[in-house]
Design a protein around this ligand. Structure first.
Ligand code: FAD
Length: 417
């Protein structure tokens, strides 16, 4: 092995940079960020709309502006980063195999690893839309890259399937560039995007939102010529009698994001059954000691500010691990989601490792009004929160102070209507 480093961070997006800065603040010297793209910043670089940084910097920034602030700090702190460098493999004993144009294929030993590799968009293959396979069908994030970074206009008459935030933002973006956006269809009876995006990206541009609808056919040979849209029943089955045809040359898919955890799967890290990210404890440590995860590769976040906060936690935990300040314990408290809650992160808690509090992040499984969210320890309420309205597309956070956490047993997060 040519080199041994303290901390390897895989991914130079907002999570990777925030984690690196925190670890440096905690005194970790030898840190390397590995980024496969040509610059630091991650997905933020293609998000040229504003809406980033309200919590982190108290002002509305564009994605590239937000990323630039973190990049400057990484440079100020002289944290090493390798661009155009793809991590191909990590082993259980933390050997990193990476490749880049100048060094070729290299192996390096890390003492701790933080995975901050972001997420992927679900594609047409993931949702199996029948029909021909013309060009002009792509994910909303790919279209965003074409338009905002490469300067290509991917279509003129656009239909969008899925009301996730990327789709909503692209509806507005394509309209601003002169395209006609014919509509956004959503399979569920409610939108999967943030409310502010429904208002600012659809309603302000008179773009119709078809709830409980899906695309049932794709027409065209070389290039997309149109789509068939149908209403669905309560079992999500298309009703053929409701079919309408839209002439369009671009179908954008905004049908969900999935944490990119391939590197962890190869070493059999325990995965979270709901988030598709890894299962982590209070320190954001995976089932392999010394390997941590944060940002969109842990669970998909709506706001970069929350990504940065979580990543700082991972950076802090990795530093404590390297300083032998994290205790290994088998009988952790198990965290479970109950009634109305889709998932909770973290999944395990070792109270001895908690500094001041634990931040429970969760999403509800359906929209609800006038509810209480309860966090209970072995049946006793330790925290509660009243919400006038709560929706799956908005990630919730509740802090529980260390003194309220149990030593053993289970913690549940549930909603009572
Ligand atoms: C279209 C869109 C709009 C958004 N709008 C907003 C908004 O208005 N406001 C807001 O606050 N948030 C918004 N967000 C959310 C926020 O931007 C993201 O949640 C956040 O930036 C994710 O950061 P990350 O570091 O976890 O992932 P990413 O930014 O995706 O970074 C992951 C990085 O890891 C690298 N990588 C992956 N695998 C490897 C490997 N094997 N080797 C080396 N490098 C690797 C990738 O190249 C990438 O640079 C938006 C997100 C999207 C997609």
């Amino acid at each position: 092995m040519d080199r041994i480093i303290d901390l390897a961070i895989i991914g130079g997006g907002s999570a990777g940079m925030a984690a690196a800065l925190e670890a440096r603040k905690e005194g970790i010297k030898d840190i390397v960020i590995f980024e496969k793209d040509t610059s630091l910043g991650g997905i933020l670089l293609q998000c040229i709309h504003s809406g980033f940084g309200l919590h982190e910097f108290g002002e509305q920034l564009t994605g590239p502006e937000f990323a630039a602030r973190f990049e400057e700090k990484v440079k100020e702190e002289k944290i090493e980063y390798k661009l155009e460098t793809t991590v191909l493999n990590i082993s259980k004993d933390k050997v990193i195999t990476y490749s880049n144009p100048s060094e070729g294929l290299v192996k390096l030993q890390a003492k701790a690893i933080i995975l901050a590799s972001g997420c992927r968009e679900r594609t047409r293959g993931n949702i199996s839309i029948p029909g021909t396979r013309p060009s002009g069908v792509m994910s909303a994030g790919v279209a965003q890259h074409y338009l905002n970074l490469d300067g290509y206009m991917p279509g003129k008459r656009v239909f969008i399937l899925g009301s996730g935030d990327i789709g909503l933002i692209m509806a507005r973006r394509m309209s601003l560039e002169g395209a006609t956006v014919l509509g956004v269809a959503e399979l569920m009876p409610y939108s999967n995007g943030l409310n502010r995006n429904i208002v600012q990206c659809l309603q302000d541009y008179n773009i119709p939102l078809y709830l409980s609808h899906t695309v049932t056919k794709i027409f065209g040979n070389d290039r997309l010529e149109g789509i068939e849209l149908c209403e669905v029943d309560e079992k999500m089955k298309a009703k053929p009698e409701t079919a309408q045809i839209f002439d369009c040359d671009l179908l954008l898919l905004s049908v969900g994001l999935v944490p990119d955890t391939d590197l962890l799967r190869n070493i059999n890290v325990t995965m979270h059954p709901r988030t598709k990210g890894s299962l982590v404890n209070e320190s954001l440590e995976t089932s392999i000691p010394g390997i941590f995860s944060c940002g969109n590769c842990l669970h998909v976040h709506d706001l970069v500010d929350f990504v940065a906060k979580e990543a700082r936690k991972a950076g802090n935990s990795a530093a404590r691990y390297l300083k032998n300040e994290l205790e290994e314990k088998d009988n952790n408290v198990v965290v479970k989601n109950l009634n109305g809650v889709g998932y909770v992160v973290p999944s395990l808690i070792n109270k001895d490792n908690v500094v001041d509090n634990v931040n429970f992040n969760f999403r509800v499984s359906k929209p609800m009004k006038n509810v209480w969210v309860y966090i209970k320890a072995n049946g006793e309420v330790i925290s509660k929160l009243y919400k006038q309205a709560i929706i799956p597309s908005e990630m919730e956070a509740m802090l529980v102070s260390k003194d309220k956490l149990p030593e053993s047993g289970e913690i549940t997060v549930e909603v009572s209507e």
